[in-house]
Design a protein around this ligand. Structure first.
Ligand code: SF4
Ligand code: SF4
Length: 377
């Protein structure tokens, strides 16, 4: 396992993200405890020591299930991170209530890393509103040792991150951003890394494989990479890219099964830096991927609980992307929609916009679903 230094700690470069855990009967709200235990045990045996959860993952169950799995190991054998869920504005006045509940749910005693979750355009004003008392409360928890390291995650654009850093940068020790080779230019991850470097903050990576998109590339793109490194799969290329960014300390991967876990652990067993030619090939693949008119859904599921129609929005958007990319994707999209009950298909969307208001990728979800329905018709 590759390790990175952070304030005297040795953190595994690969972190286990608990937002896409294996679930019973495919139900996102019921992570499979036995399967999670097995993955956590394997992760620890393999040298992974960083575990990341959040209040909202798996409908609130991730903190509980991960906490139980980790509690079977010595508390000093791992680092646990969770987050304050201000992405939902209704939580802004509940920092104490939520923090205490998170400690109870995880049984962790303290959080090694605690993040202000998903700073973005939709919540920056409230995150900066002193009336909520968020920062003084979190700093007090840090003073008493219940938080060891304080940071933030951001899906917002650079001006939003700048506002946050201006207000709270002196208290922040790290920042988690969406970083992968597709978003290096597409979402200006490069500019965000530069901004954080100027503020002296190390980078934690989320969505290194962009919600799985970079794990299964169009055949022409996959072939370009295979020609350069026949022994590495597309998912390993995505990780090699983030390993090549010097500011990156921890890269989180939301692993869903043992196979992914084993593959990722193998990829992080050694550094294999990209050559200039390989880096140029990834840039080319990124340009291909972002010029296809797809929507950048990362399957974070923030939107789903807001949908009055109970639509599985990330699944529908994934099918939409298949349709847009074309080829066999057209067949897959039509088959996928056809397998859904009629009241769960794109045309069941009533256009209320509740989902789009919480989408960190700022996707026009109702517009996309209307387009999807029209294309299918
Ligand atoms: S706009 Fe459509 S998908 Fe979004 S919350 Fe409303 S009904 Fe659901
Ligand atoms: S549409 Fe937006 S909020 Fe919903 S799963 Fe995709 S990225 Fe997340």
């Amino acid at each position: 396992m590759i390790y990175r230094d952070f304030n005297g700690l040795k953190l595994s470069a690969l972190g286990f993200g608990a937002m896409r855990l294996p679930c019973v009967d495919g139900n996102d709200a019921t992570p499979d405890q036995d399967a999670v235990n097995e993955m956590v045990d394997y992760a620890l045996e393999s040298g992974v020591n960083y575990f990341d959860t959040a209040w909202g993952y798996h409908d609130g169950q991730s903190e509980i299930v991960l906490g139980r799995a980790l509690a079977r190991h010595p508390r000093d054998s791992y680092y646990l991170a969770t987050k304050f869920p201000g992405y939902d504005l209704a939580n802004m006045d509940k920092v104490e209530e939520i923090f205490e509940e998170q400690l109870r749910k995880t049984g962790a005693g303290h959080f090694d890393f605690y993040l202000i979750h998903n700073v973005c355009e939709l919540n920056i004003d409230e995150y900066l509103n002193p009336a909520h008392g968020i920062m003084p409360y979190l700093l007090e928890q840090k003073r008493t040792g219940r938080i060891r390291h304080l940071g933030f995650s951001a899906h917002g654009a650079i001006p939003v991150m700048e506002r946050f850093l201006e207000a709270y940068g002196e208290h922040m020790e790290f920042c988690q951003i969406q970083l992968n080779y597709m978003d290096w230019e597409f979402q200006d991850a490069r500019g965000k890394v530069e901004l954080l470097r100027r503020h002296g903050l190390p980078v934690w990576v989320m969505e290194p494989v962009r919600g799985g998109k970079l794990a299964s590339l169009p055949e022409a793109d996959a072939e370009k990479l295979r020609a350069l490194r026949p022994d590495e799969k597309p998912v390993a290329w995505a990780f090699r890219f983030v390993q090549s960014v010097p500011e990156v300390v921890v890269t989180l991967s939301g692993m869903s099964d043992m196979e992914q876990m084993r593959e990722n652990v193998a990829t992080f067993a050694e550094d294999r830096p990209l050559t200039e030619v390989e880096r140029a090939a990834l840039d080319e693949v990124a340009r291909d991927l972002t010029s296809q008119g797809t929507v950048p859904c990362t399957a974070c599921h923030y939107c789903t609980s807001h949908c009055p129609q109970g639509l599985d929005i990330p699944h529908l958007l994934s099918l939409y992307n298949q349709l847009i990319v074309g080829g066999s994707g057209d067949f897959i999209a039509r088959m996928g929609v056809g397998s859904l009950p009629e009241d769960k298909r794109p045309d069941a969307c009533i256009g209320c916009g509740s989902c789009a208001a919480v989408c960190p990728q700022q996707i026009d979800i109702p517009g996309t679903l209307a387009d999807f329905a029209a294309r299918l018709a």
